[in-house]
Design a protein around this ligand. Structure first.
Ligand SMILES: NC(=O)c1ccc[n+]([C@@H]2O[C@H](COP(=O)([O-])OP(=O)(O)OC[C@H]3O[C@@H](n4cnc5c(N)ncnc54)[C@H](O)[C@@H]3O)[C@@H](O)[C@H]2O)c1
Length: 343
């Protein structure tokens, strides 16, 4: 518990997502200070430190200066750094994907649980208003049972443009391609909305010629409640399309569409009622009015760190998505065979 104390924060990684987290932190409303950053790329670390007022320090030194650590490196380093921070008794926020596969993630969950530290994962779609709103629509009794979802997620392959790094082309750093690195968000959303998955099948492609870096995944997910979903995840070279999702949801008596994943619009219609649509601030206000104020992941994390409570979503909450991604790759690597998930 850190009541009445300014929470001191350090960052492993001085790249794109670290910068985005500083915006969330700035709007978090919880007393904190970004005091340290470490990145083996000294130039990046120095520039990031100058921008944020943090000190650029060594990997070990950082842990002496902070109460909480953001792990924002490429995926291969997540497990090691999470363990190091947790064993030093520091709260830890780790970016997704947590690791290369579910077995590695189980080890990470074990480490943070044994250390008893507050921990959170960067499954940020759970904070975006369109996805939170659809979760509420699905829980509305007017909707009836869920039937199916068509989920499309495309972005230009993130080894160019404003990404300013190319580790996502290297399986020793990224693990795999678009399904693991990007669409773990989508798989997480599907099970967050529809519950456990019974079986999956998938096809992947490597059109860019990068071994084990899938740039297309066409997946089918069968849920234990009878619903089914298709997911199309694509990395292309259309630089005008940075990261764009389009999702269509059918239940017995409702149809909903997410046109844009950040701000909407979301359109929906219940049987016998006119179609409605919300976007931007009005959408966020509607989600909040329904009792969900989880727009800022940093507020959730810092509040839990301050109060010594469990953060949401914690590392364990990412395990179902990692198990699903593993099963989808197993299917794709086996020519699209059906893979059944354990209960
Ligand atoms: N939640 C999201 O929507 C979202 C969006 C983008 C990236 N991410 C995730 O964030 C992570 C970083 O992605 P990015 O786009 O910021 O990459 P990036 O290339 O911009 O930055 C990564 C930085 O990590 C540094 N690094 C590597 N090993 C390190 C170590 N041991 N200690 C400290 N720094 C180290 C690199 O030098 C690099 O500067 C990845 O896991 C990625 O999947 C999540």
């Amino acid at each position: 518990m850190l009541c009445g104390v300014t929470i001191r924060i350090g960052f492993y990684g001085a790249g794109l997502i670290s910068g985005i987290h500083t915006f969330f932190l700035g709007a978090s409303g919880v007393d904190h200070r970004i005091v340290a950053v470490h990145d083996p790329d000294a130039e990046r670390a120095a520039a990031w430190a100058a921008r944020t007022g943090a000190q650029a320090v060594g990997e070990d030194e950082l842990l002496d200066l902070v109460d909480a650590v953001y792990v924002c490196t490429w995926t291969a380093e997540h497990g090691r750094l999470v363990a190091k921070a947790a064993e030093a008794g520091k709260a830890v926020f780790c970016e997704k994907p947590l690791g290369f596969d579910a077995a590695e993630v189980e080890g990470m969950v074990d480490v943070v649980t044994r250390a008893g530290v507050t921990n959170q994962v960067g499954l940020v779609l759970r904070c975006y208003a369109p996805f939170r709103w659809v979760r509420q629509l699905l829980a509305d009794e007017r909707a009836g049972r869920p039937l199916g979802v068509v989920f499309r997620d495309d972005q230009f392959i993130p080894i160019q443009g404003y990404y300013a790094s190319n580790w996502r082309a290297d399986p020793t750093k990224a693990g795999r391609g678009t399904l693991l690195e990007h669409s773990i968000h989508d798989v997480d959303m599907l099970q967050w909305w529809l519950g456990p998955v019974g079986s999956v099948s998938a096809t992947t492609r490597e059109h860019h010629g990068l071994a084990r870096i899938d740039d297309l995944c066409a997946a089918r997910l069968d849920f234990t409640n009878g619903a089914a979903a298709t997911l199309m995840s694509v990395w292309h070279d259309i630089l005008e399309r940075p990261s764009m999702r389009h999702v269509e949801i059918f239940t017995e008596r409702m149809h909903a569409v997410i046109e844009d994943d950040f701000v909407g619009p979301v359109r929906w219609q219940f049987t016998g009622e006119p179609e409605q649509s919300l976007e931007g601030d009005a959408l966020e206000a509607a989600v909040r009015a329904a009792g969900d104020d989880r727009a800022n992941p940093a507020t959730a994390f810092l509040t839990a760190v301050r109060d010594g409570t469990r953060a949401e979503p914690d590392l364990a909450a990412a395990l179902p998505a990692h198990r699903l991604v593993d099963a989808l790759y197993r299917s794709a690597d086996d020519g699209g065979a059906l893979v059944t998930l354990p209960d």
